[in-house]
Write a protein that binds this ligand. Structure first.
Ligand SMILES: Cc1ncc(COP(=O)(O)O)c(C=O)c1O
Length: 381
């Protein structure tokens, strides 16, 4: 299987990309679809109405397969921030209501809520004692005025995953919406919306889902979807381009669209959404469970190897809270940036984040590539 997967990406030309937490590479099958999309634009007679309208529909159905979402629950987006802004601007919040966030969370989870302060909404931060908010910390901070708790599933700056189920049930018990940013998780671990008690999941498409940059989605629980109060009526959601040909077409707002009503403008964005649908279809054809197993084997190999070197691990060693983001540091943290740059010169790409080194292996990486990273880390230490 591994050899087939390697051949389905790249060419990497000898470079080792262990950095899906930054950008996941586009699979070759998806690149082919991107070239086809360019042809649709170069030769617009090839861009039939069926093709144009088929782009968002194919993507929505693919995302439903990926997430198990219902028919009217997926919003097509261009980022994680799109969904977060829709929620921040659409959840009916009153002066005195509270939004709880994690101090040190990825900035996309913080900025959309900050603007609500001028309406009298209180934005409060939980400072985690370790890396992410633990259930007892949420319990200490949540109040009867808390309407929303927003956090990442897997924290980009520590590699820790939150305890989804327990945080979700605390929110449910207190009548607060649980908003989850799954950008560093979906594609590398299964998401089953029937399981965790979340009300909204926002996610980018360009990391673990290996889509183009400028892709994302938002899942909305129907109860929250129907409570959103947000004036959005994109004409291509309300009607089709074909309606323009009708002599009697009168613009009228439809209220039967479900979450689709909130799709990002330019929903038939074929340059991005066509290849992204192909990327997800490819991942689904392999099986997200199998990909997760493969990724975790690579993570274990890396962590085992680091134990024998002069580096300290900061992300979890094992268990559910471990993700595919491995954070570690040289015993002298001042050397991390230089080590990261030297790795790049040796054609091994990881990230330097929050003063530490971050490796993020995904399906196209091999055990040999992890060994090469370890060998270089040993030499550079
Ligand atoms: C957790 C998380 N959320 C969101 C993003 C990106 O957000 P957006 O798509 O809104 O630019 C990233 C990384 O770029 C991330 O790590």
């Amino acid at each position: 299987m591994l050899r087939d997967i390697q051949a389905a990406f790249g060419p990497f030309l000898g470079r080792i990309w262990i950095n899906a937490a930054h950008q996941g590479p586009l699979p070759c099958a998806a690149a082919e679809e991107a070239y086809e999309a360019v042809d649709w634009k170069v030769c617009p007679y090839n861009l039939t109405t069926e093709r144009f309208s088929g782009v968002p529909e194919r993507l929505r159905q693919t995302l439903r397969k990926l997430t198990g979402a219902g028919e009217n629950e997926i919003v097509l987006a261009n980022s994680a921030s799109y969904g977060l802004h829709l929620l921040a601007n659409g959840i009916p919040l009153q002066p005195g209501d509270e939004v709880l966030l994690m101090r040190g969370d990825f900035p996309s989870d913080i900025f959309p809520w900050l603007g609500l302060e001028k309406k009298g909404v209180k934005v409060r931060f939980i400072t985690p004692r370790h890396a992410v908010v633990e259930p007892d910390e949420l319990l200490t901070h949540i109040t009867s005025r808390t309407r929303v708790f927003c956090t990442t599933w897997v924290h980009s700056l520590s590699g820790w995953a939150v305890d989804l189920d327990t945080l979700g049930s605390i929110c449910r018990d207190h009548g607060a919406y649980f908003v989850l940013n799954a950008s560093q998780a979906v594609g590398a671990r299964p998401l089953d919306l029937a399981g965790p008690l979340v009300d909204a999941v926002t996610c980018v498409g360009f990391k673990w889902l290996c889509g183009p940059y400028g892709t994302g989605f938002l899942w909305l629980h129907p109860e929250l979807r129907d409570r959103l109060d947000y004036n959005q009526a994109y004409w291509l959601s309300m009607q089709t381009a074909d309606d323009l040909g009708r002599p009697d077409a009168t613009p009228a707002i439809r209220d039967d669209l479900g979450a689709r009503r909130y799709d990002v403008f330019g929903t038939a964005n074929f340059f991005n959404f066509k290849p992204w649908a192909a990327s997800i279809e490819y991942l689904l054809s392999l099986g997200i469970d199998r990909i997760a197993d493969h990724d975790q084997e690579l993570v274990s190999r890396l962590i085992d190897g680091l134990d024998h070197l002069d580096y300290q691990l900061f992300s979890p060693r094992s268990g559910d809270r471990r993700s595919t983001l491995v954070f570690f540091s040289h015993r002298d943290p001042n050397r991390n940036e230089e080590i990261w740059k030297s790795l790049r010169e040796e054609a091994v790409f990881i990230s330097y984040r929050a003063g530490k080194l971050r490796a993020a292996p995904h399906l196209y990486n091999t055990p040999e590539e992890i060994d090469r990273l370890l060998e270089l880390l040993g030499r550079l230490a």
